[in-house]
Design a protein around this ligand. Sequence first.
Ligand code: NAD
Length: 426
Amino acid sequence: MTLPNRSSRLSGFHHQSPPDRLAAVAAFAGLDAATVGHLADFGNLDPHLADRLIENVIGTMNVPVGIATNLKVDGRDVLVPMATEESSVVAAVCNAARQCYDAGGIVTSMSGPLMIAQVQLVQVRDPHSARVKILEKREEVKAACDACDPVLVSLGFRDLEVRVLDTLGGSMVITHLIVDTRDAMGANAVNSMAERLAPHFEAWTGGKVYLRILSNLADRRVARARAVWPVEAIGGQEVRDGMISAYQFAEADPYRAATHNKGIMNGVSAVVLATGNDTRAVEAGAHAYAARGGRYTSLSRWEVTADGDLAGVLELPMAVGLIGGATKLHPTARACLAILGVGTAEELARVTAAVGLAQNFSALKALATTGIQKGHMALHAQNIALMAGAVGEEVDAVARALVARGEVRVDIAAEELGRLRGRRGE
Ligand code: NAD
């Protein structure tokens, strides 16, 4: 389809209502009536709320929410909602959790709910003196931080760190405000504190402040999960050793570690999204944490216990909240939090880490045994059948035929669909 060359300069677009914006976009892109009708259906998100959450709204993007079963976290059975478009992710968590359920499930802990805000000072003639001058002002810094957020006062400011950083632009004085943001992810709270303090830092040091923003490397907010999978529950010593070898590969090689950690984040991000939290913040924190030693490596650790069982440990920053952002506003996020039954951000972070560990277990097991494709194929085949135009009962029939042929491709799906319809005389 060739479209006329239209302008993307849509004056006043952000002032329009979602239906008017959609009409403008439809005209721009030449959308047919069916596509416009599809986009106009906001599903279970109120268009007015959607229009408040982000800018220039024209519709919503629905992602399935599935429930991970079999999880026991810190002795409590939990059902975990996961929002993801990727097949096999939810099933992987269910399988891993089932295999460690009788052995006690997953044990979690957390380092605490501390976020870091950074303030960048440049053009400081005597950066080392400036560093110490800022550290001397600890009580004033604390008072200014606490004045920013009355709700957080009893929590709020916790500590001050100042570093002199050598950069391409010379020495910079970087201050970290360490703040207990408790049940909030905390971005807005700590960013406000950093902004409020900037003029003081300039006055105290004679430097100039540029950036004032949180760090997503939330290494004071680390969630931990550990579990033991009995060797007989996972299929024996060879499976266990294959999984350990797969982990060792990831530990040693960033190319493998990226995919290993992506698998962990399949689980983590799905819970983060289902609860209305910021997936990008958690992902940035996880990957930066994986590289904190100067070399990107595995976020998890796997080893053999004294009894010969398989033990897994996962640690990663988990800046999630129950208050703020979309968590409180989005009705689906609220419903997912109700299913989880968590009362604090820490509980949510810990369950999320447990899901990440379970996800990693299943990926390692599949890779070390049958390969990842076998488990993927059944659902993937259904997606391919849908892509070929199968509807209703045709989807399962075509998917089964694709799996039986061992060729899960759209052209084969189209062929199978044609054959099926031919048999029905269509
Ligand atoms: P927020 O500012 O909307 O809400 C947090 C506030 O809620 C606190 O400051 C406090 O005043 C109040 N509060 C009430 N009860 C509380 C309790 N029990 N514990 C803690 N706070 C309580 O939300 P936020 O968490 O500061 O911001 C999260 C949003 O910021 C997310 O949408 C995120 O996407 C966005 N964001 C992220 C980044 C980043 O990650 N780099 C940067 C900017 C914004």
